[in-house]
Design a protein around this ligand. Structure first.
Ligand SMILES: Cc1cc2nc3c(=O)[nH]c(=O)nc-3n(C[C@H](O)[C@H](O)[C@H](O)COP(=O)(O)OP(=O)(O)OC[C@H]3O[C@@H](n4cnc5c(N)ncnc54)[C@H](O)[C@@H]3O)c2cc1C
Length: 338
């Protein structure tokens, strides 16, 4: 297939927030050879797009969007206990998870039903239910849009952190992820000690869960508490969970003894951003055409006609309120496109 180019394209159907914005140009590519043909240096304003599930466009995008459609899943290495797969960045993340689950490739099942593409998974080191994708990535193949060459990053070179990697920080928008290599286990190591997963397994009287059982439990939990972007525009968790000093945490605990926390080091703890937002009464609140989801305070939703700026302004109000009351600056997890 040749590279496809379209002008003045609506981004509403290809992003999950459902905001009515347009891009000057949309170019779809499906191979590394096509990336060499494109000559990125002639595009001063550009953005790489996967499934559009972690983006908020504040206005029309006056530049070129490059959408990744590179497909394919191949086995590159296999031993008695592990298998390594090389997966095209344009594959659907959830379809890939289901592929692994049905073949009994273990380690990815807790990440079921996360929207988006395989190529975006390393960008913010997607995570859910006690697992992060960094735990199973062995390397990431990229195309460098500045030097016009391919390159490979090992797991440690990606500098994965909590919802972070070099692709979201210092090298944002420079490298196009083309393929991701995943090393999965052929012997199940079930991660079911996450409260909600455990409850479902107990309820269903499953004592020795398979990875399919775990995947099904995760899907059921996510469907029961997260809005489906096809019905209600959203981009999942809008904010990251803040990491604060023990002193800051103790100050909050004096006023709110039930504040939840997770230890991250001797001196720091992580507090769920959803708890901070809910405690200030934002859960279920609507402002104009957007609001905070009634079941999950971390998720901002578009009731249909919201503009990107409206949603951004709502996030600003929440950040300010959390800062005034808890002295914590919330960081956005969603990528804001100006
Ligand atoms: C309902 C819902 C639930 C969610 N739950 C979770 C969750 O549990 N955990 C979690 O971590 N995230 C979650 N997310 C966020 C989102 O699904 C992930 O961040 C996902 O990886 C984004 O994939 P995407 O293909 O849609 O990326 P996009 O939104 O298209 O892009 C995201 C960023 O990655 C860049 N990018 C995308 N593809 C490439 C590429 N091939 N090369 C270089 N840069 C690229 C883009 O430029 C952009 O900066 C959720 C979102 C929704 C809507």
């Amino acid at each position: 297939m040749p590279i496809t180019k379209q002008q003045n394209v609506s981004l509403k159907p290809i992003t999950t927030f459902g905001v009515d914005v347009k891009a000057k140009e949309l170019i779809e590519f499906e191979s590394i050879n096509q990336l060499f043909e494109i000559k990125f240096n002639q595009y001063p304003t550009k953005l790489i797009l996967g499934g559009g599930s972690n983006l908020l466009f504040k206005q029309n995008f006056n530049g070129t969007i490059f959408q990744n459609k590179i497909k394919g899943i191949e086995v590159v290495n296999q031993s008695e206990t592990t298998i390594t797969l090389r997966v095209g960045a344009g594959e659907s993340w959830h379809e890939f998870v289901l592929h692994c689950v049905s073949n009994n490739y273990c380690g990815i099942e807790n990440l079921s039903l996360i929207p988006g593409t395989v190529g975006a998974a390393p960008i913010q080191n997607i995570g859910a239910y006690g697992v992060e994708v960094k735990d199973i990535i062995s390397e990431v193949e990229v195309y460098d849009t500045i030097n016009e060459q391919t390159n490979t990053f090992t797991n440690s070179e990606c500098k994965f952190g909590y919802r972070d990697s070099i692709f979201k920080s210092i090298y944002k928008n420079r490298y196009i992820i083309t393929y991701v290599h995943f090393k999965l286990s052929l012997t199940p190591k079930i991660s079911s000690n996450y409260g909600a997963i455990n409850s479902i397994l107990v309820e269903q009287k499953i004592e020795n869960p398979s990875i399919k059982d775990i995947s099904n439990a995760v899907i059921a939990i996510r469907q029961s508490k997260l809005p489906d972007p096809k019905k209600l525009g959203n981009a999942g968790s809008f904010f990251k969970n803040p990491v604060v000093t023990n002193d800051c945490f103790l100050e909050i605990k004096t006023k709110y003894p039930s504040v939840p926390s997770f230890t991250v080091s001797e001196s720091h703890v992580k507090i769920p951003a959803g708890w901070l937002i809910e405690t200030l009464g934002w859960k279920g609140k609507t402002i104009g055409n957007c609001g905070v989801h009634y079941l999950q305070a971390l998720v901002l939703v578009n009731y249909g006609e919201a503009s990107g700026t409206e949603i951004f302004d709502l996030s600003e109000k929440i950040i300010q309120d959390v800062f005034s009351n808890f002295n914590i600056i919330l960081e956005r997890e969603v990528n804001i496109i100006e």
